[in-house]
Ligand binder design. Structure first.
Ligand code: CP
Length: 302
């Protein structure tokens, strides 16, 4: 059974085929996919808010001919002292064909997958956000015509999207990842890997705590400084105040560098409005690509 929980344990040929197929079907007028998921039902469970993941999975499933049930956390028995993940997994497996789960903890996601008899997709956990990183890859493939030698800079805290990007860097797609973050965030990264027993190594990339090392890049990516659903604290603001992606940084990266952000964004915090809404930003292609990559992920899982 194909669960889509992480990127690091997938084969790079498979990832390449996801991206190529998504790019082809996005630009195709063919109706080939129209009945792919006919009679199938996707359940999407949200323990955190969502705009893009919620809509793109729902629309993707409908475009494949299937149907969706969207369930917020407070609509299920799942949770502390209510119903266990094990019983929830067994119940879901009786009714639906595939489950997308946005979970508070990666451990819950792993547990749901281990007891489910239907495929589980990681729609964001506190560890990773592989669907987002796949949409990012599709955007880079379209904008840069491939991956070989592409220089990607991650700027800011090592968030769940950044951890999925570290997994991508381990795939040997030809992408060169540089992470610019601070020592605290880098040590937290190692702790999270220990907790979830996921260890994509950092040997395939450069990790810097010094922004003076910034130089030209093809792609720059950042993310909000707080985890989803949390408020950003003074310590983070102080530690990352020099990490705001601004025009001066974009001049160092060069005119051909594209700016990416998974959204939602805090304009003025991790990125200035001039950059995120400026000519080098591709955030709306990136958001649109969530739909096209979700279709590929659903097809692979089914
Ligand atoms: N990037 C992303 O996952 O967006 P949502 O939180 O709106 O789903």
């Amino acid at each position: 059974m194909n669960n889509f929980l992480s990127i690091y344990n997938l084969d790079h040929n498979l990832i390449q085929s996801f991206i190529k197929s998504a790019a082809e079907t996005k630009n195709s007028k063919s109706d080939d996919d129209l009945n792919f998921a006919n009679g199938k039902i996707l359940a999407s469970i949200f323990e955190k808010p969502s705009t893009r993941t919620r809509l793109s999975f729902d629309v993707a499933m409908r475009k494949l001919g299937g149907q969706c049930i969207i369930i917020d956390q407070n609509e299920l028995h799942l949770g502390n002292n209510k119903e266990s993940i094990t019983d929830t997994a067994k119940t879901l497996s009786q009714y639906v064909d595939i489950v997308m789960y946005r979970s508070q903890s990666h451990e819950s996601l792993q547990k749901l997958a281990s007891f489910s008899k239907v495929p589980i997709i990681n729609g964001l956990s506190d560890f990773s956000h592989p669907c987002q990183a796949m949409a990012d890859l599709l955007t880079i493939y379209e904008k840069k015509s491939g991956f070989e030698g592409i220089k990607v800079n991650w700027i800011g805290p090592i968030t769940n999207v950044a951890r999925s990007w570290i997994e991508i860097a381990n795939l040997n797609l030809g992408i060169k990842l540089k992470i610019f973050s601070n020592d605290y965030s880098i040590s937290e990264y190692h702790k999270k890997c220990e907790i979830y027993k996921i260890k994509p190594d950092l040997d395939n990339m450069e990790v810097h705590n010094n922004l003076k090392k910034l130089d030209s890049a093809d792609v720059v990516i950042t993310d909000t400084w707080e985890s989803m659903g949390e408020t950003v604290n003074e310590k983070i603001i102080k530690n990352f105040s020099s990490y705001t992606v601004n025009q001066e940084m974009m001049r160092i990266f060069g005119d051909e560098c594209i700016f990416m952000h998974c959204l939602p964004a805090n304009r003025g915090q991790e990125v200035t409005p001039e950059v995120i809404d400026g000519p080098q930003s591709v955030i709306w292609d990136e958001a649109q690509n969530r739909l096209h990559i979700q279709k590929e992920i659903i097809k692979w899982c089914l």
